[in-house]
Design a binder for this molecule. Structure first.
Ligand code: MRU
Length: 347
């Protein structure tokens, strides 16, 4: 259905990514042949969204054995390690980044490669597998969500969690897209999602292509709509879920969850298992990325604050588990108590 790709491998050795900084007005694909350039693209948010960042890191690593000028195994392995460190540091909050890197490194460590060509095939094969699995997992997660998205549902959504945030489908917006594909008459309120406007720019662009009816609203409007209209549910994605069910997601998610709770609107978090970090006991240990001030002081190239205005720009917040009605995963829906029930997903 979508006419675009978020990220794909192009033989013999390029990573192609749609430049999400210039959407929706320009559709531009950038090609990368260097893992450090992929890391920079993640930092600059050419590619963003937890699953997409994981796939980008995996393909970024695959570039190493493809383009390495050395045919010595030790050199290529050292280069792979170095690239993994550069990629790992690109953004701190989404756990999919280190999840994808660790998955590839673990595979490399457990094998004894006969040649660099064999190493290249294994690393690229695993990156392709991560990308393919992402689409399957998101579709499965979106299918499980259907028992919660009834015909006629009016839904609140935050940020962009669709195909642009993944390899395809995405999580929360993927569930919304599947509901529409199944013929359900739904309506979606899209938070614009200041400061980078992922809702207004990216989710709106996606829903227009799928033909899902929606309107974009200012972030601060959710309370008004929940108090005055019949909103059936909120559904959001996440960058990391802690073992106790605390949720790191795009800044403003916490506000939305509290307002939903106050108005008795169910608040669902769509999460592939790769985004659940059982090593994080609670949201308190999750690093929240602080982004550059110009994202707040400027809209596009237009400065909206006085010169030298002090700015805070946390890219994410933590929503305490008590505000989450349920998690929607590829294995099914998880209800409280989360400490116990999230752990069961990994048994
Ligand atoms: O800063 P971004 O645009 O990368 O933040 C994206 C989000 O917060 C998404 O909700 C999250 O990554 C889940 S995407 C399926």
């Amino acid at each position: 259905m979508p006419t675009f790709h978020t990220i794909k491998w192009v033989d013999p050795g390029l990573v192609s990514m749609i430049d999400q900084r210039v959407l929706p007005h320009q559709v531009v694909y950038n090609e990368y042949r260097d893992p450090a350039a992929v890391a920079q693209a993640i930092k600059d948010m050419v590619v963003r969204g937890a699953p997409a960042i994981g796939a980008a890191a995996a393909f970024g690593l695959a570039l190493v054995p493809v383009h390495d000028t050395s045919d010595k195994m030790e050199t290529v392995l050292a280069d792979l390690k170095q690239a993994s460190e550069i990629l790992r540091q690109a953004r701190p909050t989404a756990v999919n980044l280190s999840w994808a890197i660790d998955r590839i490194l673990a595979l490399v460590e457990e094998r004894n490669f006969k040649s660099v060509a064999q190493l290249r095939d294994v690393v690229l094969g695993e990156a392709q597998k991560i990308a393919l699995e992402d689409v399957e997992i998101n579709y499965s997660l979106g299918s499980h969500a259907q028992s919660l998205i009834l015909d006629g549902a009016v839904i609140f959504h935050h940020c962009n969690t669709g195909a642009l945030a993944a390899v395809d489908y995405g999580t929360a917006l993927g569930a919304i897209r599947i509901a529409h594909e199944k013929g359900k008459k739904i309506f979606v309120y899209l938070d614009e999602t200041r400061p980078r406007l992922q809702g207004a720019r990216l989710s709106a662009w996606e829903l227009l292509q799928y033909g899902v009816p929606f309107k974009v609203v200012a972030d601060g409007a959710s309370g008004h709509y929940m108090r005055t209209e019949k909103i059936d549910l909120c559904i959001v994605g996440t960058d990391r879920v802690a073992a106790n069910g605390d949720v790191a997601n795009k800044i403003g998610t916490y506000n939305l969850a509290v307002v939903a709770h106050e108005n008795k609107v169910p608040f669902y978090v769509a999460v592939p298992k790769s985004t659940i970090d059982m090593a994080a006991p609670s949201g308190d240990v999750i690093e929240i990325e602080e982004r550059p001030a110009h994202e707040v002081t400027h809209v596009g190239n237009l400065q909206i604050t006085p010169d030298n205005t002090p700015v805070g720009n946390p890219a994410f917040d933590i929503t305490p588990a008590k505000y989450v009605t349920a998690f929607i995963t590829e294995d099914g829906i998880v209800y409280p108590p989360y400490q116990e029930n999230l752990a069961k997903l990994f048994q």
